[in-house]
Design a protein around this ligand. Structure first.
Ligand code: SF4
Length: 359
């Protein structure tokens, strides 16, 4: 029975994104996969599992709300199951979420109690606990105390959009207010997730929302899940979000987080209807401006060149302190993909004619 529960409740837990990028500091670069008894060894490094496999909420995109078979772990059961797997070396971390079949407070207490049992019994590894919408301030504090990371999913961009896909949850009260508490408890060490395309939001809507997230609560990372229509849900005939839209969102997110490009600047990469289209937003921005002179440009401007990232920009700045960069070979020596960047750069100093490669 325990094996069946584990298989069922890890499969149901797969919709929360828990990528190597999220937990790499705590575990390894191994992908986080759910429990699968057919895989040799049984598990991936992260056990991603639900405490309760049913939910009384009405989120139109979610398969858990359709589950009729009541399947749950008690905190004691899940902690014991996890510890057995951990001691056998089959798992290295826990990512614990839950459906809400009953009162939110009772489920939050179960989640926290699972974490506390594990800590009392000597588990000192990575633990990520999901905060449920509407959780109390005290429970968020307790979850933060026991876990390495806590998180709450914002799911979409606004009250109106959430209202169209999840009528029970109040965006401002149940989610944003709780997320602000999460950020206070784990500054810079919380994440969130958006289901791209579920509520018919535009990329312009998402851009406003994501910029607001980084300004207000500063999550370590925002995950973007592409909406997939699940049979039997109210959104089963809603079109799937193409995977390239999700990819464009990870690219746009990097530009906002790591490249110092503002949301206002990124607006220029949107089309008239407020969507990115299937092209790297950085390419779109670069195509609308002239070539960047690698010998004169600031770090800020170098980062706008497709193919040049933060490390590449720093290497260019270091190299040109010795001598001006003369051409594509120097870009390659800086570890930059010359063919990509070459279309958007020029060389030469103030006294020489600029040369653009690959016009
Ligand atoms: S709260 Fe919504 S998204 Fe979460 S398990 Fe329940 S129905 Fe699914």
């Amino acid at each position: 029975m325990q094996e069946r529960k584990l298989t069922h409740l890890t499969a149901a837990g797969r919709f929360d994104i828990c990528s190597p990028g999220e937990c790499i500091r705590f575990l390894s670069a191994a992908p986080c996969i759910t429990y699968n008894p057919r895989v040799a060894g049984g598990c991936g490094r992260m056990l991603k599992v639900l405490l309760h496999g049913t939910c009384s909420y009405d989120c139109a995109y979610c398969s858990i709300r359709l589950q009729r078979e009541r399947m749950s772990f008690s905190p004691e059961e899940l902690a014991g199951t996890f510890l057995n797997l951990w001691r056998e070396g089959l798992v290295g971390g826990l990512f614990l979420s839950s459906g809400i079949p009953k009162d939110v407070d009772l489920v939050m207490h179960d989640i926290i109690e699972t974490g506390e049992i594990l800590r009392r019994r000597g588990y000192d590894g990575y633990m990520h606990l999901k905060i449920l919408p509407g959780a109390t301030r005290a429970d968020i504090h307790d979850a933060a105390r026991v876990a390495n990371r806590i998180s709450i999913n914002i799911e979409t961009t606004s009250s109106d959009h959430l209202g169209s896909i999840a009528g029970v949850k109040d965006y401002r009260q149940d989610i944003l207010k709780r997320q602000a508490w999460v950020a206070e408890e784990k500054p810079g060490n919380h994440i969130t997730q958006v289901v791209v395309g579920a509520a018919g939001e535009t990329d312009a809507d998402l851009l406003t929302c994501v910029a607001d997230q980084y300004r207000r609560v500063r999550p370590f990372r925002i995950h973007f899940a592409a909406f997939r229509a699940l049979p039997g849900t109210p959104l089963e005939s809603h079109p799937d979000t193409p995977s390239w839209r999700r990819r464009r969102w990870y690219q746009a997110d990097y530009l906002l987080r790591d490249y110092g490009i503002s949301a206002d600047e990124l607006q220029a990469a949107l089309d008239e209807e407020g969507f990115f289209g299937n092209r790297d937003p950085k390419e779109v921005l670069a195509a609308s401006t002239g070539p960047v002179n690698v010998n004169l440009a600031s770090r800020h401007d170098l980062l706008r060149v497709p193919g040049i990232g933060p490390k590449g920009a720093d290497r260019i700045l270091a190299m040109r302190r010795e001598r001006p960069l003369a051409g594509i070979g120097d870009l390659r020596r800086a570890g930059i993909r010359g063919k990509t960047a070459g279309q958007h750069v020029a060389f030469g100093g103030p006294d020489t004619v600029q040369t653009r490669l690959f016009p």
